[in-house]
Structures are given as structure tokens and as C-alpha cells.
Design a protein around this ligand. Structure first.
Ligand SMILES: Cc1cc2nc3c(=O)[nH]c(=O)nc-3n(C[C@H](O)[C@H](O)[C@H](O)COP(=O)(O)O)c2cc1C
Ligand SMILES: Nc1ncnc2c1ncn2[C@@H]1O[C@H](COP(=O)(O)OP(=O)(O)O)[C@@H](O)[C@H]1O
Length: 315
């Protein structure tokens, strides 16, 4: 898969290098959840049927981040992770359109005539609720007409789980409520965060539970405060672990921003400066204020046992 950053209007170089007949799935696709996967898989299937490349067009930064609407909570899948997932899905070209103030004002007509058609899009594949162009005035039903019938358009129906429409907003809400089970079932994989291990207060090792403090590498949607069973990948090896997302009320008052701390169950070594990929597997309990270190340690010991029981053995 090749990743290409696009700006509007397209440059002559981009058109020379990338204009070709292609099947293009278009969307924000934050989360790449099962609904998004069904749109992208439709594009990959259609492309294979007609012998054309399968492409995906997405937008970065997230429009809500740029428009500063105030309800922007972060990414479920930052660009790098999106790229990895799309590569595995068999996508040939990933176009990342730079979303900025000027792009937000491009009309639906100009998006089609200045972006989709010059790239050679023969078929556009979009979700049922796809909106595009200034103020989201464009919708799936307008794409064919705006292309003057030169583009085929496939609209993919909502993906339902137990009668509910899988959506990025539903996943964000579930994560912020600590509902790992719904999050992972709608994503079709465990929610994953990536970050670097930073120095903390050095208390963990003294109480028998060293915890790697993970500073997220991107502006992720953070899970609710609480304790989770996790799997963590360090240099290609998966470990079982138990993570606290919180403000450590036993030791601190008035901390605003939660930190992510992971105790790996069967590990000892130096992780500082290293990258961990952390998969949320189960929610265990809410964070609490304990009456002293002994109570906290006895609870963390129980949490570690619970995590061990909840996590499947790793092959
Ligand atoms: C599994 C687990 C559960 C935790 N639960 C709580 C909790 O409920 N309340 C709390 O104040 N701190 C909790 N902590 C955070 C500990 O207070 C923290 O790991 C310890 O103070 C070490 O901090 P340090 O890594 O900055 O040295 C938890 C930590 C772990 C690993
Ligand atoms: N099983 C383990 N799980 C997590 N970190 C570990 C483990 N064993 C050793 N470490 C190391 O210990 C550090 C955490 O120790 P801790 O005393 O909590 O210090 P800090 O407050 O700086 O996080 C980790 O960053 C890592 O380098």
C-alpha cells in the first residue's frame, strides 16, 4: 500500500503520478470499526472484480479538531494505526487529505470535480451517512449527479450489532464509560493505544508493583478512569498486564489529567524510553482512594490475579 498526502486543489504532480481508474472508499473512518470495514471491504471486493486498484480517501486532522467545535475528544485510530489496518485489508492506495480551514469551505461540487474526478475515480464507495463538502452539505445521493454520471456510486448500509448501528461516536462513549466489551466488539479488535514509557514518582517498585507510565504518542480518546486487564507489546513480544488509568487519589488530590500506568505480570527489566502498544481487554474496577498503602497493595494484588484469570494465555 502506498500512502499519499493530498492538498486541495490537487497539484499537477499528484495528478500526473496518481490519476488512474480506481475504486475509492471515502470517509473519516476514525476507529476503522466494523461499519468502516464493511465499506472498505466493499471497495476492495469491487476493485478485484473489475481489476482496478482499491483506494481509500480519509482526512487529517479530524475535522472536529480543526473546526474547534468543542466536542472533539481525540482519535480512536491515529493515522499510523489506520495505515497499518488498511494495509492488512488489501488497500492499494491511501490518500490522506489535509483538512484545514480552506478545505472545510470547499463545496460538494468542487470536491467532486476538483478531487475525485481528477484522480480518476470510477467508483466511489461510501457509508450510508457519508457527508462531504462545506458544512457537510453533500451526501451520498449527490455524488453521481455531481460527477455528471461519470462515477459509479455504491452506498453501504449500516452495520448492526444486536440491532444497534456501529458508530465511532458510540465507541467513544463506551470507552469513556469503561465499556471495553462493547468497544472491542464494535471495533472488531481490541482498542489499542501506543505510547512511550516515562519516569514517574518511583513509588511502584517500592510497593512491589512497578508500573510503566505510558505517555500516549497521539491525542487518543482515553478510556474511563479505572483498572483494566491489558495486553502490552514491547519490542514485538506480548505480555499480560494490569493497567490503572487514573489520578491516584490515594496519594494526590486535585489531579486533573489521568495517567496510564501498566504493571506487566511476568516481566522485569527497564522499559524507560521504550514504546508500548497497549490493548484493552477487560474493565476490572473503578479507581478508588484507599486508606493507606497496605490496602492499595492488597487490592492491586487482587487486580493482578483477576487480570491473569481474564486474559487468555498467549501462544
Ligand atoms: C492495577 C493497579 C491498580 C491501581 N489502583 C489504584 C487505585 O484504585 N487508587 C489509587 O490511588 N491508585 C491506584 N493505582 C496507582 C498506584 O497508586 C501507583 O501505581 C503507585 O502509586 C505507583 O506510582 P508511580 O509509578 O508513579 O511510582 C493502581 C495501580 C495499579 C498498577
Ligand atoms: N513488571 C514490570 N511492569 C512494569 N514496569 C516494570 C516492570 N518491571 C520493571 N519495570 C520497570 O520499572 C519502571 C516502573 O517502576 P516505578 O517504580 O513504578 O517507577 P516510575 O514511577 O518511574 O514508573 C518501568 O518504567 C520499567 O522500566
Amino acid at each position: 500500500m502506498e500512502t499519499i498526502t493530498l492538498t486541495y486543489p490537487l497539484t499537477e504532480d499528484i495528478i500526473t503520478d496518481y490519476a488512474r481508474p480506481q475504486v475509492l472508499a471515502i470517509g473519516q473512518f476514525d476507529g476503522l470499526h466494523l461499519g468502516h470495514a464493511s465499506v472498505i471491504q466493499s471497495a476492495v471486493r469491487l476493485a478485484a472484480q473489475v481489476g482496478l486498484p482499491a483506494s481509500v480517501m480519509t482526512f487529517h486532522p479530524h475535522p472536529k479538531e480543526v473546526m474547534k467545535k468543542g466536542d472533539y475528544e481525540g482519535y480512536l485510530t491515529p493515522p499510523e494505526e489506520k495505515e497499518e489496518i488498511l494495509r492488512e485489508m488489501g488497500v492499494d492506495y491511501l490518500y490522506i487529505v489535509e483538512f484545514n480551514d480552506a478545505f472545510s469551505r470547499v463545496s460538494p461540487q468542487n470536491f467532486v470535480s476538483g478531487m475525485l474526478l481528477p484522480l480518476g475515480t470510477t467508483t466511489a464507495v461510501v457509508g450510508f451517512d457519508f457527508r462531504f463538502g462545506y458544512r457537510g452539505e453533500g451526501h451520498a445521493g449527490m455524488l453521481r449527479e455531481l460527477s455528471e454520471n461519470t462515477m459509479d456510486v455504491h452506498t453501504v448500509p449500516p452495520f448492526l450489532i444486536e440491532g444497534e448501528k456501529v458508530s465511532s461516536s458510540g465507541i467513544r462513549k463506551a470507552l469513556q464509560e469503561g465499556d471495553v466489551s462493547l468497544t472491542n466488539s464494535w471495533l472488531g479488535r481490541p482498542y489499542t493505544l501506543k505510547g512511550t514509557v516515562m519516569h514517574g514518582e518511583k513509588r511502584g517498585r517500592k510497593i512491589g508493583f512497578p508500573t510503566a507510565n505510558v505517555e500516549p504518542s497521539e491525542h487518543y480518546v482515553l478510556p474511563a478512569k479505572g483498572v483494566y486487564a491489558v495486553r502490552a507489546n514491547h519490542n514485538g513480544t506480548w505480555h499480560q498486564g494490569v493497567m490503572n488509568v487514573g489520578v491516584k487519589p490515594t496519594f494526590h488530590d486535585n489531579v486533573l489529567h489521568p495517567t496510564l500506568e501498566i504493571h506487566l505480570l511476568d516481566y522485569s527489566g527497564d522499559l524507560y524510553g521504550d514504546i508500548l502498544l497497549v490493548q484493552l481487554i477487560h474493565f476490572i474496577r473503578e479507581e478508588r482512594k484507599f486508606n493507606g498503602i497496605d490496602e492499595l497493595v492488597s487490592q492491586i494484588t487482587k487486580d493482578a490475579m483477576t487480570a491473569r484469570e481474564l486474559l487468555q494465555p498467549i501462544d
